[in-house]
Each structure stands twice: as structure tokens, then as C-alpha cells.
Design a binder for this molecule. Structure first.
Ligand code: FAD
Ligand code: SIN
Length: 527
């Protein structure tokens, strides 16, 4: 076992984590952990872009209004105003770092996405996240004050309870993390720890999120005593490619923004105008529910997304990666429609933070998809997420720096105790449980819910939690076991939150409470 100490420890190397690191590195020694390679999070997979008010005639008020309309009134207005007003400067900083945003006639090219009343999305063709991740990584790797530590899987936050001199202060002093190389658990300590671990999409069978989106940060913060909020608001993206081999390839919302039309393959008819006056450009909860309803009513496997009426050169220039990927699968999107289905895409809920990214635990901050900051409310507006990572990553860094003297030096911490565990003799339990959770979450806690289905899911979770806790208590940790323990914890938080909301609002739609309540109230779970 090794021990390492830094000024600030950042768990996660996506847009939120690297932004926080770059904003701290001028004054602090920072370590950035990732559980695999640096670009293994959702950031690298982002397609559409980042929302910012840059078009003539657009305004902050309009971006705020669109965000609140999508969020079904549950957003925190002060947070929305703060993030929206910071957006143009955040884009300018990424440009300075070398992100080659698309331009037209010397200005940034702005595309359109659902729920936005203006062209507002800056992008790098249809691979915006990849370009952002490259630029942030390059700057972080080059910085002498930033230590990059890939292949370390954080297991739990280190608190006063792990100190040699036991304390119940609740303060966080770092993490225990499994080193994939040595297979040992290390202690990494710091005066401040930032969780930037991304979302929990892999709680669901079908998700556009990367393999590592297992809600680790949410589960770790919960175990360390932090409140978790709004976990029932799981966002389903309307248009994930339907393909039996490629299970989680996103077809960006910008395809609809540039004129893509949704059609029922049985009738060949466009169906969105019958569901919402904004048609294909309605917020994604509405579009996803409409597709779900067409699929269920007509017994379909998928619906069509058709952009073939636009000029082939336009389609290839705007969506080069999607074009190439689908040509490889035998679909020419300039000539034929794309089969699509909704899939889990984004975790709106998470660790409750304030405007400075502070959690309930002293010394613990959080930024990005792991949080519930008040920005998204009951449904995130498209392309507001990368923006949240940039604004809160920087905000947390600023707060840490400004309050440095009040952050205590970490006390001596006990080593990880492996004296009572053995190597696992039944790895099959992990794969079986993982598959079970993801399947019943998809079937019982999906786009349309009922109390009965949620209760069914809860019974299964209660049983599996016991089994996983028992397994965890007896066997040496592996990356899969760490993730499974978090997955079952997060599934429980999602179902408990969904059961406690007796209304339909934003992404939470239940047949038992189809109306929206008069008052918008956050769901807050207290450990
Ligand atoms: P991530 O980028 O997900 O990074 C998480 C990091 O945490 C990783 O480095 C991971 O290794 C690390 N980590 C996790 N657990 C542990 C652990 N236990 N120990 C150590 N490290 C850990 N949003 C937009 O605004 N615009 C878009 O166009 C857009 N397109 C998207 C397309 C797809 C396919 C997907 C899936 C999402 C998209 N989103 C988009 C959402 C957006 O990409 C994410 O919300 C955002 O990138 C999250 O960034 P993050 O920094 O919070 O986390
Ligand atoms: C997309 O490109 O459709 C994803 C945008 C987002 O998730 O914000």
C-alpha cells in the first residue's frame, strides 16, 4: 500500500475535473485521478456542443427561460442565471486552450437543439466532446503542478472515521483508491477533495453513457454523509442508434436541430407534431415519451430519424462522424432514415452542491454530472451539461483557493484493512447482479413509471443490496465489485426518490400521478 498527499485531490478527469485542476494549478499541487484512461468519461463522447448566448437577437433572459421551461420549474433561478451568464467567457477560455470550434464567415457557427429558442450551440462538427477533452488533457498534462494518476479506482472517501485518531467531524481528507496495476488499495490525502466522477447511466440496460458511468461519486458522497437530490430525474435521449451490435451510439440532437424528422416506420408518417407544437425540437423528455408511445402502441423495435432530404454535402459536413460510423454499418444517412430508440443519457440528480460546488462534508467539493446544482431542475436542457462542468469546475477551484487557510491538514489515516478478506471465488455473482439491476431498472424505472413497478424494483434492490454487502465484506475489492457496490446504492437512491414524488414533472412521469403538482419541490435524501 502506498500513501500520497497533495494540496487538492480531484477524482475524475472529464470536463469538470480538468477544469478544476487547471484553475487551481497556478497556486496548488493538484492530483487528478481517473479510474481508467483519462478520456474514459462522458466528456469525450459529447457530440452536439455547448450552449451559450452568442447570436444576435439572443439574450441571457431567453437562455434562462428555455432552461427553466425544460426543467419544469424545478431549477434554481440564481444558479441558472449564474451559469448562463458565465457561458460566453467559458467558451472563450476553451478557444484559448485550442478547441477548434466550427466557424462560418469568421464567427462561431451555432447549431440548434431541442428546447432552445435560438441557435445557441457552439460545436466542433459532431465530435465536440472529443476536441474539448483533448485540449483540457493537453494543458493538464503539460502543467508542472498537476499530477495525473490514471487507473486508480476510488472506493470511498476518507473521513475522520478513518483517521488514526477517530473523529466524527464529517470532514473529508481524500480517498482510498484501488491501483489497477499493483492491485493494492492506496490512501491519497489532500486538504480539499473534488468529486468530478460523472453520472450513473450504466444503472440502465440501454444507455448512451460510457462503461464507467456507475455513479461512484454519488454513492461515495452518500456513504460519507452528504445529501443526494433529484435522483428520479434520469434523462432519456430520444435518439440512440438502434443496432443489435452497436448498443450505445448517440445520434446527436443537432440532427433534429438541422431539420431531421421523426417518422413511424409502419406508416411512414411524421408523428411529433401530434404530440407537441415544437415537434422534433420539443425538450427531450417530451420527444422521448412520444417515441416510447409510438413504439409501444404499434409494437415497433424503433422509429426513424430522417435527414436524407437535406443536401448530402451539408449532412456530411455537419455530421462527419455519424456519417462514417453509420456507413460502416450499411446505413447511408444522406439517402435513408436512421433507426433510433430512446436510451438513458444523463443523470440530472446527484450530490447536492451550492454555487461554489461545496457539498455537505467540509473539505469535499463536487462539479459536473455527479452533482445536483440546481441548474437542470426536472429535465436538463440540451448542451447545458458541458457548460455546467466548466462553470462549476472553475467555481469550486476559486472557492478552494480563496478559503485555503480554513481547510485543515489531513490527519494520519489508517491503512486499508485486508486482513479479513479473501480473493473472490465466484466472480459470476458480479456479472449476474450487474445485469439484473440494469434490466429491472430499464423495465420498471424507465421513461413511464407506475408505483407498482417502482415497488417491484425496490424489493429486488433490497435483496441485492444485502447480497452485494455480504460479498463486499468477504472478498478483496476489484474494479467490478467497487462499481457494482455503487450501482446498487445508486439504483436504490433513484427508486426511493421516484417513489417519493407523487406527481409527474419533467423526466419523472408516472401513470399513478399524471398531473404536475402546484408547487415544485426538490427530492432530498438525507443519509
Ligand atoms: P465525465 O466526463 O463523465 O468524467 C468522469 C470521470 O470520473 C472519468 O475520468 C472517470 O474515470 C472518473 N471516475 C469515475 N468514477 C471514478 C472512480 N471511482 N475513481 C476514479 N475516477 C473515477 N453534454 C453537453 O452539454 N453537450 C453535448 O453535446 C453532450 N453530448 C453527450 C453525448 C453523449 C454520448 C453522452 C453520454 C453525454 C453527452 N453530454 C453532453 C453530457 C456530457 O457529456 C456529460 O454530462 C459531461 O461530459 C460530464 O462530465 P464530467 O466531467 O462531469 O464527467
Ligand atoms: C446531443 O448531441 O444530442 C447531446 C447533447 C446533450 O446531451 O446535451
Amino acid at each position: 500500500m502506498s500513501r500520497e498527499s497533495f494540496d487538492v485531490l480531484i477524482v475524475g478527469s472529464g470536463a469538470a475535473g480538468l477544469t478544476a485542476a487547471l484553475n487551481l494549478a497556478a497556486t496548488r499541487k493538484v492530483a487528478v485521478l481517473s479510474k481508467g484512461e483519462l478520456g474514459g468519461g462522458a466528456t469525450e463522447w459529447a457530440q452536439g456542443g455547448i450552449a451559450a448566448v452568442l447570436e444576435e437577437g439572443d439574450s441571457f433572459e431567453s437562455h434562462v427561460r428555455d432552461t427553466m421551461i425544460a426543467g419544469a420549474g424545478l431549477n434554481n433561478l440564481a444558479v441558472v442565471e449564474h451559469v448562463v451568464s458565465e457561458a460566453p467567457a467559458a467558451i472563450a477560455r476553451l478557444t484559448e486552450l485550442g478547441v477548434p470550434f466550427a466557424t462560418e464567415g469568421g464567427d462561431l457557427h451555432l447549431t440548434r437543439e431541442g428546447g432552445h429558442s435560438h441557435r445557441r450551440i457552439v460545436h466542433v462538427a459532431d465530435a465536440t466532446g472529443w476536441a474539448i477533452q483533448q485540449a483540457l488533457e493537453k494543458a493538464a498534462v503539460a502543467h508542472p503542478n498537476i499530477t495525473i494518476i490514471p487507473d486508480r479506482v476510488a472506493i470511498d472517501l476518507v473521513t475522520g472515521r478513518h483517521a488514526r485518531e477517530f473523529s466524527t467531524s464529517g470532514a473529508v481528507h481524500g480517498v482510498y483508491a484501488l491501483n489497477r496495476g499493483t492491485k493494492k488499495v492506496d490512501v491519497l490525502t489532500a486538504r480539499a477533495t473534488v468529486l468530478a466522477t460523472g453520472g450513473a447511466g450504466r444503472t440502465y440496460l440501454y444507455s448512451t453513457a460510457p462503461r464507467g458511468a456507475t455513479g461512484d461519486g454519488i454513492a461515495m458522497a452518500w456513504r460519507a454523509g452528504c445529501r443526494i437530490s433529484n435522483m428520479e430525474f434520469m434523462q432519456f435521449h430520444p435518439t440512440c442508434l438502434y443496432n443489435l451490435e452497436v448498443k450505445n451510439f448517440l445520434i446527436t440532437e443537432a440532427v433534429r436541430g438541422e431539420g431531421g424528422i421523426l417518422k413511424n416506420p409502419k406508416t411512414g408518417e411524421r408523428f411529433m407534431p401530434a404530440y407537441d407544437e415544437r415537434a422534433e425540437l420539443a425538450p427531450r423528455d417530451i420527444v422521448a415519451r412520444a417515441i416510447d408511445s409510438e413504439i409501444k402502441r404499434d409494437g415497433l423495435d424503433y422509429v426513424w430519424l430522417d435527414i436524407s432530404h437535406r443536401e448530402p454535402e451539408f449532412v456530411k459536413a455537419h455530421f462527419p462522424n455519424i456519417y462514417e460510423k453509420l456507413i460502416g454499418l450499411g446505413i447511408d444517412i444522406t439517402r435513408e432514415p436512421i433507426p433510433v430508440v430512446p436510451a438513458q443519457h444523463y443523470t440530472c440528480g446527484g450530490v447536492l452542491v451550492d454555487l461554489d460546488g461545496r457539498t455537505d462534508a467540509p473539505g469535499l467539493y463536487a462539479a459536473g454530472e455527479v452533482t445536483q446544482s440546481g441548474l437542470h431542475g426536472a429535465n436538463r436542457l440540451a448542451s447545458n451539461s458541458l457548460l455546467e462542468c466548466l462553470v462549476f469546475g472553475e467555481g469550486a477551484a476559486r472557492h478552494i483557493d480563496a478559503h485555503w487557510d480554513s481547510l485543515p491538514e489531513p490527519p494520519p489515516i489508517r491503512a486499508w484493512d485486508e486482513s479479513r478478506v479473501a480473493d473472490s471465488d465466484e466472480e459470476v455473482v458480479i456479472a449476474q447482479t450487474w445485469g439484473e439491476i440494469r434490466r429491472f431498472m430499464w423495465n420498471y424505472v424507465g421513461i413511464v413509471r407506475t408505483t407498482k413497478r417502482l415497488e417491484r424494483a425496490k424489493h429486488r434492490i433490497d435483496l441485492l443490496r444485502q447480497e452485494v454487502a455480504d460479498y463486499y465484506g468477504h472478498f478483496r475489492v476489484t474494479p467490478d465489485l467497487i462499481e457494482l457496490r455503487n450501482l446498487v446504492e445508486v439504483a436504490d437512491l433513484i427508486v426511493r426518490s421516484a417513489l417519493s414524488r407523487h406527481e409527474s414533472r419533467g423526466l419523472h412521469y408516472t401513470l399513478d400521478y399524471p398531473r404536475m403538482a402546484d408547487k415544485a419541490v426538490d427530492t432530498v435524501l438525507v443519509p
